[in-house]
Design a protein. Structure first.
Length: 131
């Protein structure tokens, strides 16, 4: 049996959170924001974080999460960060992420990225099962 502390060591973080109006809605058109909300419970909109990091990141915009949470303790999420690198929205110097354009990062997450991350998760799960 697990204790509550052991079960809650890691939390699933909504990249685009449940309560996103304050930090997310201003960066999107109505249609793009509706697309995010329609996919907020997809596995592609989740990342695994330590419990305290999840509490700190609640409802925050993506640029905040990248600067303060996803990099904490080497917890950089490879898929999201690699997509940001591909689109030249972050830069790396000596392993530290430097935000280049917070506004563009905050607009970066969309229903297509959610689908991409979902497919990435599923591909990696299948690779592990076939190992």
């Amino acid at each position: 049996d697990y204790t509550v502390a052991e079960r809650s060591k890691h939390h699933g973080d909504h990249i685009c959170p449940d309560k996103s109006d304050q930090f997310w809605k201003p960066h999107y058109s109505a249609a793009a924001y509706d697309g995010l909300l329609a996919n907020k419970y997809s596995i592609g909109n989740f990342m695994l974080l330590f419990g305290q990091d999840n509490v700190e990141s609640q409802n925050r915009e993506l640029s905040y999460k990248i600067e303060h949470i996803y990099e904490t303790g080497k917890q950089v999420h490879k898929f999201v960060i690699s997509k940001l690198f591909d689109e030249k929205l972050v830069d790396s110097s000596r392993g530290v992420i430097k935000t280049l354009d917070k506004n563009s990062i905050d607009k970066f997450w969309n229903k297509n990225k959610i689908e991409d991350l979902k497919n990435w998760y599923l591909k990696n799960i299948l690779e592990q099962w076939n190992y």
